[in-house]
Design a protein around this ligand. Structure first.
Ligand code: HEM
Length: 316
């Protein structure tokens, strides 16, 4: 290849870049002579990625279960990057807001649609056997799922609905955390005791969640919305992208997930108990949890009917 004027210009720019860093560009050029070119498999760390499936049993469908959880966690990670980036922005405008929340919505659309991989994609008898080798682990312990909630809304909206009004006005995240709604999901149905699933989860993540709650006080997505100009806040497209986010995370995903619990754990006579004996039928459906990130954007009737339609159509 000819040493063109364009190439010389690039070399000169690179020389300046390294000089500014106090480095000798020649040495870096020599490094380039010896370096391997990038390959697809190294770039995306394919060997590592494909070595991360370590089933606990020899039932083939356990790998489907592991991989779909891993896929979900990767989408959660993509969503969290957007939440954090939005939180950092001091001057937000409506098109950027719609664009970035739209990304999060697409990740959840993909997850909701693909949940059929779980619902229809495993042999029920195999599932009921291999799940016993995983106890007390549960998707309940997905820290990224909890982070998404903390990044979305003011912490008060994550407080269990029966004490939410009482706690309104409390500013300390550690006090609100004591009443976070999901503790009920890992409490023994009969004795009211915390399950090992919950005890271990809190041991590992409690401090992290409280710190994140403090970090997100002024940086969660709802606060991002409130930083928009009044005119942008009133824009129907802005409100719609947030309502879609609320629907995706708090109705569509939980219902797709609930459908898989019904498919594998529900029985004609007596339902299969969930991890640690929790009452998943009374906990998982969104109409019971009434988790709403942006309550101001819904009507009273919509609050009342939260998550009801789908359940009535599909499960009754
Ligand atoms: C056949 C597939 C699945 C079944 C039968 C199932 C079942 C359950 C059950 C019974 C619970 C209640 C807590 C417990 O007792 O463990 C739960 C919670 C949970 N699972 Fe799954 N699950 C499945 C797949 C998944 C997948 C793929 C994910 C993705 C990460 C996931 C994430 C969660 C989360 C985040 C919770 C807590 C939900 C909340 O607090 O509202 N699960 N699951």
């Amino acid at each position: 290849m000819e040493i063109t004027a364009e190439l010389k210009e690039k070399l000169s720019q690179l020389n300046e870049k390294y000089a500014a860093l106090g480095e000798d560009f020649n040495a870096y050029l020599e490094g380039l002579l010896h370096a391997d070119v990038t390959t697809y498999w190294d770039y995306i760390q394919l060997d590592t990625l494909l070595s991360l499936q370590k089933p606990k049993t020899s039932f083939p469908d356990e790998v489907v279960f592991i991989m779909y959880h891993q896929i979900t966690e990767l989408y959660f990670k993509l969503a969290l990057r957007e939440f954090e980036a939005l939180g950092q922005m001091t001057s937000l405008n409506k098109s950027h807001f719609i664009d970035r929340v739209g990304r999060i919505n697409r990740y959840f659309d993909a997850l909701v649609k693909s949940f059929e991989v779980m619902i229809d994609g495993m042999d029920r008898e195999e599932f009921l056997k291999f799940r016993m080798s995983l106890l007390p682990a549960s998707g309940f312990q997905s820290a990224q799922y909890r982070e998404i909630e903390i990044y979305s809304t003011d912490f008060i909206n994550l407080v269990a609905k029966d004490v939410r009004e009482e706690m309104r006005g409390v500013d300390e995240i550690d006090q609100l955390f004591d009443h976070i709604y999901w503790k009920a999901g890992a409490t023994e149905a009969e004795s009211g005791k915390k399950t090992l699933t919950l005890i271990q989860f809190e041991e590992k993540y409690k401090n992290h969640f409280i710190a994140l709650g403090n970090h997100c006080k002024h940086k969660n997505l709802w606060q991002g919305y409130l930083r928009l100009s009044k005119e942008d806040q009133a824009d129907e497209n802005v409100k719609q992208v947030l309502r879609q986010n609320d629907t995706n995370v708090n109705i569509n995903w939980p219902l797709a997930h609930y459908k898989s619990a019904v498919k594998y754990l529900a029985r004609q006579d007596k339902d299969v108990t969930a991890t640690g004996g929790t009452n998943w039928q009374k906990y998982l459906p969104p109409r019971f949890q009434k988790r709403i990130f942006y309550p101001e954007l819904w009507t009273t009737k919509e609050h009342e009917n939260w998550g009801k339609m789908w359940v009535e159509d599909n499960l009754k």
